[in-house]
Design a protein around this ligand. Structure first.
Ligand SMILES: Cc1cc2nc3c(=O)[nH]c(=O)nc-3n(C[C@H](O)[C@H](O)[C@H](O)COP(=O)(O)O)c2cc1C
Length: 121
């Protein structure tokens, strides 16, 4: 059974219980790698062509503006096809009101069954 672990993760400055700290790998990327190791899922990193700022608060502001504008930031790449996957794990930042990206739209357009998508915010 083919599986895909697609994730949007962010390194740079992040907020950790009471303070800001720069990291080289985001938590969602770490978790996606563990899922891949445990399940054999292919890994796919969702990356914007123009990344948000490294500074945490600027990034949050940019993300909010994109959300309000219903923007679809251009991505570095998308998988050629999702048809071969029976199960998809999708990891992405919390987002107060949901997270839209080309890959999510592509998944939902294909009318995937709810139980074949595992979303983790
Ligand atoms: C598009 C986007 C939306 C985000 N939305 C929220 C949010 O709604 N609430 C929040 O506390 N943090 C939010 N963040 C901050 C992320 O939780 C954090 O900076 C980072 O993306 C965490 O990455 P990681 O899960 O890979 O460690 C958002 C970040 C991005 C890039």
């Amino acid at each position: 059974m083919a599986k895909l672990a697609a994730f949007y993760s962010r390194a740079d400055e992040n907020y950790f219980s009471g303070g800001y700290r720069y990291v080289t790998v985001g938590n969602t990327e770490k978790v996606a790698k563990v899922i891949s190791e445990l399940t054999g899922a292919d890994l796919f990193k969702i990356e914007q062509k123009i990344p948000y700022a490294a500074d945490y608060n600027t990034c949050i502001q940019q993300a909010k503006e994109d959300l309000q504008a219903k923007a679809r930031p251009e991505l570095v790449s998308v998988p050629d096809s999702l048809d071969g996957y029976d199960e998809i794990y999708l990891g992405f930042p919390k987002m107060e009101y949901g997270f839209d990206c080309v890959l999510c739209v592509s998944c939902s357009k294909k009318g995937r069954k709810r139980n074949s998508m595992h979303k983790r915010q």
